[in-house]
Design a binder for this molecule. Sequence first.
Ligand SMILES: [Zn+2]
Ligand SMILES: [Zn+2]
Length: 289
Amino acid sequence: MEWETSLENLKKRIQQLKKKRPGYKEILNFYQKIREEQEEVKPSLKIKSIPLKKEWKDLLAKEGFSLLEKKDFPLDINASLTLFRLLCEIGKKANPRMAEQVEKIEEGIDNKKMDLNKALTGGFEEGKIEKIAKEFGLDKTVLLFLIQESIRPSIEAGTKKLLNELNAEAWLKGYCPICGSLPSLSLLKDAEGKRFLLCSFCGYQWRVDRFFCAFCGNKEQDSLHYFCGEGEETHRIDTCDKCHQYIKTIDARNIEIIDPVLEDLATLHLDLLATQKGYRRPAPSPWTP
Ligand SMILES: [Zn+2]
Ligand SMILES: [Zn+2]
């Protein structure tokens, strides 16, 4: 699993992608800056352990329930808020729309009216963040993006603590066994092309059948198709004609995947094609709304 991304390898891959697709230069620079800050906080994160009782775990697995809810992931709130301010700085220079939003956010925080500490106490809840966005007249996608990227190191550290609790090959369902979220990507791995799904929230990867729509459970080969971009056999769009939804698949047998989210971000043109063909993406990453 790609749990220990080395920043150096990540930067190399970003360099390659920028050369290959110059149109993505700006967004890839932005991505790199944010990933650099996230990597920086990782070594000093303080994350509580997540207690799981065996009986409880077995019961959940039997009933098909995931282990946690999003808000159950322990957060290092101080580290997340420090990161939040750093990401705001990066956002300010990224583009005018982001800059305008960040200014409003900083104003809210500096007036002590916007209390993100309080909002994150008790864990991440989308509803709470959306409420703040509404209260302060903010674009909720921007605020959610900044918050989610600020807590990402905490969330991933929590997921890492749970890796030994689960068998990634046994679950086989269309939603994450840890947090119940939908997958944002699918990955083909090993010589035999085992298929894994990547959780859009916690980053966990679990195995599913090759012919399977994660969103409606469809297993009929006749209605499951895929298409690639030109000259891009490693990245493709898997469509389902039953629910008219799609997932992006990265074939990790031919390329080394340093960071699946990066690969996703650098192939937004495939999402555009899928949308034009009338398919919907149920669970984008915060990077690909
Ligand atoms: Zn998850
Ligand atoms: Zn489907």
